[in-house]
Design a protein. Structure first.
Length: 638
């Protein structure tokens, strides 16, 4: 399954699951609405057939771009960047390559008889050397019959997606194409030793009577077809030495065809058809028709196998994700990560997010209400982490522990983690609007993180294993988080330095934390540059009403999240940060009223221009330093 993650524009951070065909454009009628003035009403169309995803331009004015290349119709892969106007989206796929699942165990539906002389009375047709038949080689009626048969087979099998539901129709199709065939068999496997019988048909016989009939096929012909990757045709000869005890003759078989099912050099299995009518033996023209038809059958089988593998992979992935972080599951399923006990040293970013005042709040609530509150909180916060490539390590009561760059390093892990933290703080603003409406208290969250070396791996006993990270960096990140106030995202010095070129922050005074000899310097991050835009979490006051600036757009405008009954147009705004004294940033001018976003809860979203686009120097190249003490910024538990 594919997802689209908005990287820029007013919907930045939103995740859209792709299912079937979905239009994308500025019009609210589109399944994927893109509020961008440079986007056409019906700009492009995402086409998903259950296996692959395509982007098709819908004659848009400014074009559709994939990885900055203009396209008309382009297949999309995991990690591709799509651009409509100034809005960018990243393509993500939740399922990745896994090992081929077992197609089943050998059954006793039918058996093999091994007689070498079967091959002596046969001829073969190379599938790789088969060329299209021209009018000179075949009359017009024969060519039309062949083309019609191929089209008919493709139509019959196109709508069947489940593997088990495909076997019977395949054999029924062969009976339609070859009316003189009396028996048909389907086996899966690429070597004789692992051929697995899947289905058989005897013309005029029901499935219930199959066991009572002759049901053997020649193992020699099957071996030869797999070995040569050729279509094999057995023809009864005039040889008087042909012993009636031989396998095919004992079944009263006068002619048989064995066809390998091959897709791009991959052998999927074999199809066998035979007849006891000497006057209707399979001809060279039948061989050519069988080769062409069975190509269509092989493609249908391959598609069904892929869908089955994807379903099995999804099931395995979902089971693993109950116990392991998603990026770790991706690496385990792909074989890049060993899930045995043990660990390795790597460089990563460790992240903690904690609900402020949780203990006092929970003491006044029933256990059921506490669980419901935290599940609602986690449902909002976890997607923010995963959308930025983070991995959830564990939930610890009211706290989320996550990491980036583990076990494989990421150069931008600090930037991604900081952006996730800001998106979480913005998401909490929307969640609180819903809680207030329901008469529930608002939640506050403090976030802390740091970067450095950690030991990552599977820890526990042979019976119970947990994938986690350990080390001084983990402890430091947790200590930094304990200092974070409501609405703050604090970074340690190492994490800040690694992402400094992309961060807007306020340097905090050194603070003594538990188990550290020296005071720790932290930075309160209020903005992260992602491509041409910046994710922000900057609380401001309009009068005495708290609003939040959540985004700086590429053209210099801002996105303001505010109560729907507050009109910001012409209103003076004041910074409302814990780490800085209040300061005016001038008045706002409404540029566009935006569509409501689910993440904003009951709040409105408006694009505005601000007199002071630096937001009081916060969005400048120089990092601001607070004049306030920690006592003045003491963590609120109200």
């Amino acid at each position: 399954m594919f997802e689209l993650v908005f990287l820029s524009g007013p919907r930045a951070g939103a995740i859209i699951a792709v299912s079937g065909t979905q239009r994308a454009g500025r019009s609210p009628e589109c399944e994927i609405e893109i509020p961008d003035p440079n986007v056409s009403r019906h700009h492009g169309q995402f086409v998903y057939d259950g296996v692959s995803l395509h982007l098709v331009d819908q004659d848009s004015s400014n074009g559709c771009f994939v990885n900055d290349q203009r396209i008309e119709d382009e297949p999309l892969n995991h990690g591709d960047t799509v651009r409509f106007g100034e809005t960018r989206l990243r393509v993500q796929r939740r399922s990745r390559k896994t090992q081929t699942s077992d197609v089943g165990s050998r059954s006793s539906v039918f058996g093999f008889k091994d007689v070498d002389s079967d091959a002596d009375l046969s001829q073969s047709l190379s599938l790789s050397m088969l060329k299209p038949v021209t009018g000179r080689e075949q009359n017009a009626d024969g060519l039309e019959q062949r083309l019609n048969a191929i089209m008919w087979v493709a139509e019959q099998l196109a709508s069947i997606a489940k593997l088990d539901e495909l076997y019977g129709p395949v054999l029924d199709t062969l009976f339609e194409v070859f009316p003189h065939a009396e028996r048909s068999f389907l086996m899966l496997g690429n070597e004789y030793e692992n051929l697995t019988p899947k289905a058989m048909r005897i013309r005029g016989k029901s499935d219930a009577t199959l066991a009572a009939n002759h049901n053997a096929v020649s193992s020699t012909l099957c071996r030869q077809a797999l070995l040569r990757k050729d279509l094999i045709v057995y023809q009864e000869g005039a040889n008087t030495d042909f012993d009636q005890g031989m396998s095919i003759v004992s079944l009263n078989i006068r002619s048989a065809m064995v066809v390998p099912l091959i897709v791009k050099e991959e052998v999927l299995g074999l199809l066998v058809v035979d007849t006891s009518d000497r006057s209707r033996s399979f001809t060279e023209q039948d061989m050519e028709l069988a080769a062409a038809v069975c190509r269509q059958i092989a493609i249908a089988l391959k598609n069904a196998l892929l869908l089955e593998q994807m379903a099995e992979e999804t099931k395995t992935r979902n089971n693993l994700m109950r116990f392991l972080p998603k990026p770790v599951v991706d690496q385990a399923v792909s074989g890049a990560l060993d899930l045995r006990l043990g660990g390795s040293t790597c460089h990563g970013t460790i992240f903690y997010a904690d609900v402020v005042g949780f203990t006092r709040m929970s003491e006044q609530m029933s256990p059921e209400a506490v669980i419901g509150m935290m599940n609602g909180f986690f449902n909002r916060m976890v997607p923010c982490i995963e959308a930025m490539g983070g991995a959830i390590d564990k939930f610890m009561g009211d706290c989320i522990m996550a990491f980036w760059g583990v076990p494989f390093s990421q150069e931008d892990s600090c930037i991604r983690a900081a952006a996730a933290g800001l998106n979480m703080q913005n998401g909490l603003v929307g969640l609180n609007s819903l809680r207030v409406q329901d008469g529930e208290p608002e939640l506050g969250m403090g976030i802390g993180m740091d970067a450095g070396q950690v030991v990552a791996g599977n820890i526990g006993s042979e019976d119970r294993v947990e994938y986690t990270v350990l080390g001084n960096t983990v402890n430091t990140a947790q200590r930094i988080q304990s200092q974070a106030n409501r609405n703050q995202v604090l970074l340690g010095t190492t994490a800040f330095k690694e992402g400094a070129d992309s961060l807007f922050a306020v340097q905090m005074p050194p603070v003594q934390v538990k188990n550290k000899l020296e005071p720790v310097t932290t930075y309160s991050v209020r903005g992260v540059v992602l491509e041409s835009e910046a994710v922000l979490h900057v609380p401001v006051l309009i009068g005495d009403v708290v609003c939040v600036i959540s985004r700086r757009l590429s053209e210099g405008g801002f996105i303001l999240i505010h109560p729907s009954d507050v009109d910001p147009d012409g209103q003076e705004m004041t910074l409302n940060l814990r780490e800085l004294p209040p300061r005016s940033i001038g008045s706002a001018k409404v540029v566009e009223r935006m569509s409501a976003q689910e993440v904003d809860g009951l709040l409105a979203r408006t694009q505005i221009a601000i007199e002071d686009p630096s937001l009081g120097g916060l969005l400048s190249e120089t990092t601001l330093v607070t004049d306030l003490s920690w006592d003045e910024m003491m963590r609120s538990t109200s």
